[in-house]
Design a protein around this ligand. Structure first.
Ligand code: PAZ
Length: 314
């Protein structure tokens, strides 16, 4: 199937079979418990310009949408398969960049009774607000087997892992949700046209012709997981075109929902677009002041739609 869809232009990344097996076991176990499971994709993709890559094209996505959404899905009782760009925002950890805990955590000294194999750390409770709760939430989800994270870096990794994830979730039918928040490149340089070595400036100004990346929504909806509840995201910078583009995507791929958002306002405003509705979700200043995140509203809205979708199927 991989060769059929992705072809030789996107050679299979090393480690794919191991990740595919992990995802399959994760999905099968939760599926056997009748649980709802969501695949959250998150972060941008790297598009190499050379085979021995020195340079690549990337994009703005921080992965925060995916990370916060994964937390909300776990709170809502979903099993979460988190397919994310390496070093992008990670659930429960993204609020604590290294400079927060590097300064706050200190090794506990002079505890003679503590064996040398143990590391004891301490911090003023006020110096890391929310840290202990975040650790507990992460560990609870991971220990219960409700959370699995899988990393990608390049566009090629992403495409193969998405396909493998879809195949793992397929047996769950309508209980599987795809929440495709990753910002995936639309363009790539085919492996066959990529120079092997670093491109040199002595060759003059650089001209690159990039090909269009095949749209994975099409085989996902039609073949890989045809019964699943599928949500794609549409990001634009021009607010006058975003809803039209979201509608076009729904007509083309025939999936259930597009979440439309604008680059600058994406943290506080989105529109949930379906074939017969448009629902605006926003955060008030007061909600933002309380630390609420728009993803809580997105996930709550989508969870209700997903339950209705499952009930319609049965
Ligand atoms: O990753 P982030 O939190 O910085 O941004 C989220 C987002 C804008 C990448 C996401 O909401 C989105 O719209 N993803 C799809 C982008 C697209 O391909 O149109």
């Amino acid at each position: 199937m991989a060769e059929e869809t992705l072809g030789a232009e996107f050679p299979e990344p090393p480690g794919l079979a191991r990740c595919a097996a992990l995802m399959q076991r994760f999905a099968a176990r939760l599926g056997s418990q009748g649980r709802r499971v969501v695949l959250v994709t998150s972060g941008g993709t790297k598009v190499p310009l050379e085979a021995r890559t020195v340079r690549f094209l990337d994009n703005f996505s921080s992965g925060r949408r995916g990370a916060v959404s994964a937390e909300s899905f776990l709170s809502a009782g979903y099993g979460v398969l988190f397919l994310h760009r390496a070093r992008s925002a990670f659930p429960f950890a993204h609020r604590f960049p290294p400079q927060t805990w590097l300064a706050a955590l200190r090794p506990v000294k002079g505890e003679a009774e503590v064996p040398s194999s143990r590391l004891l750390l301490e911090a003023e409770a006020t110096s890391l607000p929310g840290f202990a709760a975040a650790l507990r939430s992460y560990q609870k989800a991971a220990d219960a087997g409700n959370f699995l994270s899988v990393e990608f870096a390049t566009l090629t990794d992403y495409l193969h892992l998405l396909q493998a994830a879809a195949q793992a979730l397929r047996p769950l039918g309508s209980c599987a949700m795809f929440y495709l928040a990753a910002a995936v490149s639309d363009f790539y340089v085919p492996a066959s046209e990529m120079p092997e070595h670093k491109i040199h400036s002595s060759g003059g100004p650089l001209q690159i012709t990039m090909k269009l990346v095949p749209k994975m929504l099409s085989p996902l909806v039609k073949d890989w997981a045809p019964k699943a509840f599928v949500i794609s995201f549409k990001l634009e910078t021009d607010p006058t075109v975003v809803i039209d583009h979201a509608r076009k995507a729904l007509e083309t791929y025939r999936h259930q929902v597009v979440v439309a958002n604008i680059l600058e306002s994406r943290r506080s405003y989105v529109v949930i677009v379906t074939k017969d509705s448009e629902t605006q979700l926003s955060l008030s200043d007061e909600e933002m002041g309380k630390g609420m995140e728009i993803e809580e509203k997105i996930v709550s809205n989508l969870q209700s739609r997903h339950i209705a979708f499952i009930n319609e199927e049965n």
